[in-house]
Design a protein around this ligand. Structure first.
Ligand SMILES: [Zn+2]
Length: 295
């Protein structure tokens, strides 16, 4: 089978004026019209292959006197037509949208196939459950589940307020990449995402904090303790969803091996859903985490 040409994802085919066609409106691409071209372009639905389109044109669109394969090649070179075979994901049709988006950004859709094997683990407490649930729903649409495989490629650790440090120490010792997500009152802090021995860790963050807040070590001993009293968060729905999308984006960046926003950085979403703050987290000279890379 030859390629299955499809009009640019999401673009609409329009008549611009008596002598031109237009594909899309943002801002859109203008083509010089010719007899039958509009009808030929309507055949580019991602289902028919080039041979079928050429046969249909020869049989039913006799007013068109152009070379169908050549025109399709030209339109593909111009980014107006794509090969829909790249969007075939019979095992997970939800990835079709991801693949169509990847085509427009120039990312090879084929890399999406490995999302099904990505080992994602989430841990939550009661107050962060809704945030985790929303994040999981977004990731499911992008082809990532929390049940794939036995290996953990990334652990997302959500909590209401700062959690106990034991879980981070265990992840460091096991060499598991992890990202901290802390719900704080009416906002959500994401990061840093830690690749043990490669990027700054939570202990680096704690040591930096201790440099300017000498009570931080005393506070840390109470994080996650059963005796700690915590008030439920005050998250509005819009902020929660933007934060969930941000967390999901970090997971996808990790899965796709691209640069995320929270490697060596904390990112805060809220209180308003458009509010974003970030600050860097560097290696602390007294943290031994960099020795892991040398081990
Ligand atoms: Zn460190």
């Amino acid at each position: 089978m030859t390629i299955r040409p499809a009009l640019r994802p999401g673009a609409v085919l329009l008549r611009r004026d008596a002598t031109h066609l237009q594909i899309g409106t943002s801002p859109g691409f203008v083509l010089r019209d010719r007899p039958g071209l509009f009808s030929v372009l309507r055949l580019l639905d991602g289902i028919r292959d080039v041979r079928r389109i050429a046969d249909l044109t020869a049989t039913h669109l006799t007013e068109f006197d152009g070379n169908v394969p050549a025109i399709i090649n030209e339109l593909m070179a111009a980014g107006l037509v794509f090969d829909a075979r790249n969007w075939d994901f019979p095992a997970d049709p939800r990835l079709v949208g991801e693949a169509r988006s990847a085509s427009l950004t120039g990312s090879p859709p084929a890399r999406l196939h490995h999302r099904a094997e990505f080992g994602l683990r989430l841990s939550t407490d009661k107050a962060s459950t809704e945030l985790a649930r929303t994040t999981v729903a977004i990731l499911a649409r992008a082809g990532i589940s929390t049940t794939a495989g036995d290996q953990t490629h990334l652990a997302v650790m959500l909590s209401n307020g700062e959690p106990g440090r034991q879980r981070f120490q265990e992840a460091m010792e096991s060499g598991i990449d992890h990202v901290r997500v802390v719900v704080e009152e009416d906002r959500i802090r994401i990061g840093p995402l830690v690749r043990p021995g490669i990027t700054p860790c939570i202990n680096c963050h704690d040591l930096h904090r201790t440099d300017w807040d000498n009570a931080w070590p005393a506070l840390m001993t109470q994080f996650g303790a059963s005796t700690a009293f915590g008030s439920p968060p005050a998250l509005c729905a819009t902020t929660l969803h933007v934060a969930a999308a941000t967390i999901a984006a970090e997971v996808l960046a990790h899965c796709d091996d691209t640069a995320g926003e929270t490697t060596g950085q904390c990112l805060v979403v809220g209180p308003h859903y458009l509010d974003h703050q970030s600050w860097p987290v560097s290696f602390h000279p007294n943290c031994s985490c960099t020795l892991l890379a040398a081990a």
